[in-house]
Ligand binder design. Structure first.
Ligand code: BYC
Ligand code: FE
Ligand code: FE
Length: 473
């Protein structure tokens, strides 16, 4: 097993692909379909080249190389974190057994399902973001968008490699399907709800990379614990790339909030619309939307699927190894969000195994809160009294126990009719979206930035903000 990546190969990889001619040929026949998909469903803005990072090694030091590359020549490859030959399954009924290097027959269907769901989200996000290049607020932001896009493309490769290498003909068919389903398509939509929503503007993009890519972080974190070692290793490396996606979201919202607060102070008003800013209540409504659709991505509060995944050793918990328990959970209980008999929002006790979606969602919510705290510190430092907040877990849910009720961001349950009437107090209204869209004018001049957000504190890879991150075609 080599760790350096050979870029003279047609498909760069660190899995010794040339040792397995059948697999190599199968992936090489999928490759043109992927490129065709990228051409028809990927970024619509024509570019000559983009300052991108490319993985060159999976080790801890210096794993990435930065340079200008033409996007269609980007080297999407297959990179797994290094193998730990001693690794043992950390949880479930197989706890302590050596990690699997092949798929156990009895878990084939479940593992394939998990990999397909994960793989489906990656190209979906590229599709959702495909038009954003036309309205980037700066070359720096444009470059970050394309960086996220090419890496989501690579995450698709990561899952397709597993499907081809370990799941035979069915795996190859699933790999084709991953290119045929499309975000928002009426006939063949993407599997999970959030990935069929639009990402029509850059505030949505920042919220998406903050909240939805963060679901990716947590789901990948649970798959990194998997007893199926190739899945574990591929997720470990994906998490490295994921950190930048969330950085884009965190600092993107930072910069919007910073600019809005500055305009509020300068003009002594909350309504910064006529000064070309995005009012805080609009930011809050976008936040409410993206947080709530991302909560749906964790599945139901209680789920026998997740109990089975865990017991079988396929999908663990966030930080599995640092949890001080037996890693079997057969006798444990957990509090899960629930609707109380009186119709209000509360919690009930459930067997820990079936409550694992709730366990992960709770870790996720705590992590989301960090960003909100950070944005509020920006507001505080600017001397602005308003604060942002995460809405209730019951707000705007379409999956799980809250799917059938309607609640305000404060968690107050309303009749469906009243909620419908008032929904634009809490979710972006057509007027909010129109305003945000009106601000989306491209700024493609080196060192220049659109007026609705602050420039970043620093550039990428030690480069200044004023840098030719992208050359347009
Ligand atoms: N929309 O038993 P339940 C990322 C389905 S993001 C539509 O509660 P389970 C990324 C569910 O499939 C990370 N359908 O669910 C981010 C099930 O259907 P079946 C993606 C939904 O299985 C940004 C049924 O409802 N990775 O990487 O316990 C950019 C009952 O559900 C939804 C993963 O998700 C929904 N939101 O948990 C790029 C990890 N939610 O089986 C990339 C792999 C549930 O009855 N997936 N359903 O037909 C999983 O671990 C699980 O499948 C889920 C659901 C956590 C998604
Ligand atoms: Fe991804
Ligand atoms: Fe991502």
């Amino acid at each position: 097993m080599t760790t350096t990546i050979d870029y003279s190969e047609k498909i760069p990889n660190n899995v010794d692909l040339k040792q397995d001619r059948r697999l190599q040929r199968a992936l090489e026949s999928w490759q043109p379909n992927f490129l065709q998909w990228w051409k028809t469903m990927g970024p619509t803005l024509p570019t000559r080249d983009v300052y991108l990072r490319t993985a060159v090694n999976v080790g801890h030091q210096g794993w990435a190389h930065f340079g200008h590359v033409a996007m269609e020549d980007y080297r999407w490859g297959i990179f797994l974190a290094e193998r730990d030959g001693e690794r043992r399954i950390p949880f479930g009924v197989h706890k302590g057994e050596p990690a699997w290097q092949v798929v156990p027959g009895e878990y084939r269907a479940e593992l394939r399902r998990l990999i397909v769901v994960q793989g489906d989200t990656e190209p979906a996000s590229v599709e959702q973001q495909r038009n954003l290049g036309l309205t980037a607020p700066s070359l720096y932001d444009l470059r970050n968008l394309f960086q996220v896009n090419v890496e989501e493309g690579r995450h698709l490769w990561a899952m397709v490699y597993l499907l081809h290498a370990y799941f035979g003909r069915e795996g190859r068919e699933e790999a084709e399907e991953l290119l045929h389903r499309n975000s928002g398509s009426a006939e063949a939509p993407r599997i999970l709800g959030a990935f069929n929503e639009e990402t029509p503007d850059w505030l949505s993009f920042f919220m998406f990379t903050y909240f939805t890519d963060r679901d990716g972080k947590f789901q990948l974190g649970t798959l990194k614990e998997s007893g199926f070692d190739p899945l574990s290793r591929t997720c470990e490396f994906m998490l490295k790339e994921e950190a930048h996606h969330m950085f884009v979201g965190t600092t993107g919202v930072d910069r919007v909030v910073e600019r809005t607060a500055a305009l509020m102070r300068e003009h002594d008003t909350d309504d910064v619309r006529r000064f070309g800013g995005i009012p805080l209540d609009v930011v809050q409504r976008y936040l409410n939307f993206h947080f709530s659709v991302s909560l749906d991505l964790f599945g139901s509060e209680t789920s026998t699927n997740v109990a089975n995944y865990y017991s079988a050793g396929l999908k663990g918990r966030w930080g599995e190894e640092s949890r001080p328990d037996d890693h079997l959970l057969t006798d444990d209980v957990i509090l899960v969000d629930a609707v109380r008999p009186d119709g209000t929002v509360g919690q009930v006790e459930a067997p820990a195994l079936v409550g694992l979606n709730s366990d992960l969602r709770r870790e996720y919510v705590a992590d989301c809160q960090n960003g909100v705290n950070r944005w509020n510190r920006i507001l505080e430092a600017a001397g602005v009294p308003q604060r942002l907040q995460l809405p209730s877990v019951a707000f705007n849910r379409r999956v799980g126990v809250f799917a059938d009720l309607e609640a305000t961001p404060d968690g107050q349950v309303l009749s469906a009719a009243e909620w419908q009437r008032r929904r634009h107090e809490w979710l972006p209204s057509p007027a909010d979206k129109d305003h945000v869209r009106s601000l989306m004018v491209p700024v493609y001049e080196e060192g220049k930035i659109a007026p609705w957000l602050a420039p970043p504190k620093k550039g990428i890879n030690g480069q200044p903000f004023e840098f030719d991150y992208v050359h347009l075609a």
